[in-house]
Write a protein that binds this ligand. Sequence first.
Ligand SMILES: [Zn+2]
Length: 210
Amino acid sequence: MEVKILPLGPIQTNAFFLINGDHSVLIDAPKGAHEAIAALLEEKGLTLDALLLTHGHWDHTTDAYLFQKDGVPLYGHRADLDLFANPRSMSSYGLEGIPMEPVQIDYWVDQGTQLELLGESIEVRHVPGHCPGNVLFYLEDQAACFSGDVIFAGSIGRVDLPGGNFSIIEQSIRNRVYTLPDETEIFPGHGPVTSVREEKRRNAYVRPVA
Ligand SMILES: [Zn+2]
């Protein structure tokens, strides 16, 4: 499986494009993702099987409505229903000129959901605290996890937005990120790739339980 990292949109949100054979899956849809992915699908003759949304914040979902129009099924967590259905509720945190179109999630995922996509088993873990509906997608066979905004290289997601809470994000990271195998690569929603081992060693915001 190949992973392309596409930092897109006004605050460089990472979209991840997973390719296996002639099928593909997109994780998150910042502004510009639809155009970029359409070009890749065309160039490589790929089918896009799913759009997985790590959470409902506008910078991760701006282009989701365009994929929905194309008939691509959307996956997300119900705790972010309001953000998916009414993204303008966050418009005071958005930027001028960014469209905020609602989307309907086709498949709700939750802690423990197992998805079968691209011939891979994908485990869903619910990791709230940055927002109520953040999930991570863990591909054990690839030793990879796509984590949205729960954790970043050396940092953690903002907890000052609506629905954010430090003690909840701390529990999410300790119980559902740091419990992944150490060698697991973490692909966060912003910034560079890191690993579970690296964050357990270095992350100053959330320390593993001694
Ligand atoms: Zn976010």
